[in-house]
Design a protein around this ligand. Structure first.
Ligand SMILES: NC(=O)c1ccc[n+]([C@@H]2O[C@H](COP(=O)([O-])OP(=O)(O)OC[C@H]3O[C@@H](n4cnc5c(N)ncnc54)[C@H](OP(=O)(O)O)[C@@H]3O)[C@@H](O)[C@H]2O)c1
Length: 327
């Protein structure tokens, strides 16, 4: 079976990654439509040796399409996704527009592929920090349950899109921060704000990590507290994770489970200074997990460090895997 596929937001940081991944994985498509805003008119993007023109997104752009990967922000998804789904196109949405809607499955194929099969036209791709987190903790959660998690993230500027990459590159060349993408300078700095703050001081990204993890695992009792931090690197997010388990597991038992877990690569050789970090995670499909050890702050506590390419597994790759495994 081949499909007619559209990428909405094809010129963005995630959109361009979609093109690479569809090509690498030889996704069975017989028509590829690339859509963006009027700013992208005249742009052509390469795919399988062809230069495909980007069209301006309009009301009829998705007519006749079987699958649309939406990657143009929540407002574009809210405006177009439901009508595309009503017209028979399956929407796989990268934005946060529908993630918590009851009729929209929130899917990580290594964890809950069956949920994706029960869609009503829209399937949501989780937040990038959440995807790489759940891929790493799911094997542990299956063995022992997880009562609580404390997570600190180190998030690459490309998590804020192509504008985030440009902002860091400009500042590294000496330009002043213009405050457009990040609220403070990002070169030679870290910024403990990813998204807007709620009245109680939690940033949007931090709230997403708890509510989306609960929905993906189907575990409303898990308590997650996170601090999400933007760091001056171009690509791949990292996370320091501390877990309180439902029953005691040794780091060795966890390592055995992670070694065979889909989507995970155990990189854990403290004596050889081998552990996950963003550079080796960049461009790869797996979430790297290491620094496995006991955590004394929690009963049955374990700690780990992970790194994953958030433009791939945290966004485009996960969405393509949903199309491959759930449709
Ligand atoms: N970056 C990540 O790591 C990441 C991870 C997970 C999820 N996401 C989500 O993925 C989506 C895209 O993120 P990104 O990082 O790729 O952002 P980006 O680099 O800023 O790209 C945004 C894309 O949306 C298009 N767009 C903007 N307004 C539009 C409109 N009115 N109509 C049609 N297209 C429009 C842009 O087209 P023009 O070039 O024509 O402006 C561009 O192709 C967002 O919803 C984001 O939250 C991002």
């Amino acid at each position: 079976m081949t499909a007619r596929v559209a990428i909405v937001g094809a010129t963005g940081a995630v959109g361009r990654e979609f093109l690479r991944i569809l090509e690498e994985r030889e996704f069975p498509l017989d028509d590829l439509r690339l859509l963006g805003s009027s700013r992208s008119l005249g742009v052509r993007l390469g795919f399988r040796g062809e230069a495909i023109p980007v069209e301006e997104m309009g009301l009829s752009s998705l007519r006749g399409m079987d699958i649309a990967f939406f990657s143009a922000g929540s407002s574009v998804s809210r405006e177009h996704a439901r009508s595309a789904a009503d017209g028979g196109c399956v929407v796989i949405d990268n934005s946060s527009a529908f993630r918590m809607d009851e009729d929209v499955p929130l899917v990580v194929p290594e964890i809950n592929p069956e949920a994706g099969k029960r869609h009503a036209g829209i399937i949501a791709n989780p937040n990038c920090s959440t995807i790489i987190f759940v891929v790493a903790i799911h094997p542990i959660w299956k063995m022992s349950g997880i009562r609580q998690a404390v997570v600190c993230t180190y998030q690459a500027v490309s998590g804020a899109g192509a504008g985030g990459i440009r902002a860091l590159q400009r500042e590294m060349e000496g330009a002043q921060s213009d405050g457009e993408v990040f609220p403070h300078p990002i070169a030679h700095n870290v910024v403990p704000q990813v998204g807007d703050f709620s009245p109680d001081g939690e940033a949007e990204e931090e709230a997403k990590m708890e509510r989306e993890t609960r929905k993906i695992l189907g575990d409303p009792a898990i308590r997650i507290s996170s601090t999400c931090v933007r760091v001056p690197i171009l690509r791949a997010h990292s996370e320091a994770v501390h877990l309180g388990l439902g029953r005691a597991l040794s780091p060795e038992q966890i390592a055995i489970a992670l070694r065979v877990a889909p989507g995970v690569r155990l990189v854990d050789d403290p004596a050889g200074s081998r552990y996950p970090s963003p550079l080796p995670a960049t461009g790869g499909d797996d979430v790297l997990v290491g620094r496995l050890r006991r955590c004394r702050a929690f009963e049955n506590g374990v700690a780990l460090f992970l790194a994953g390419d958030q433009l791939r597994k945290g966004a485009a790759l996960n969405a393509v895997q949903i199309a491959e495994r759930c449709l």
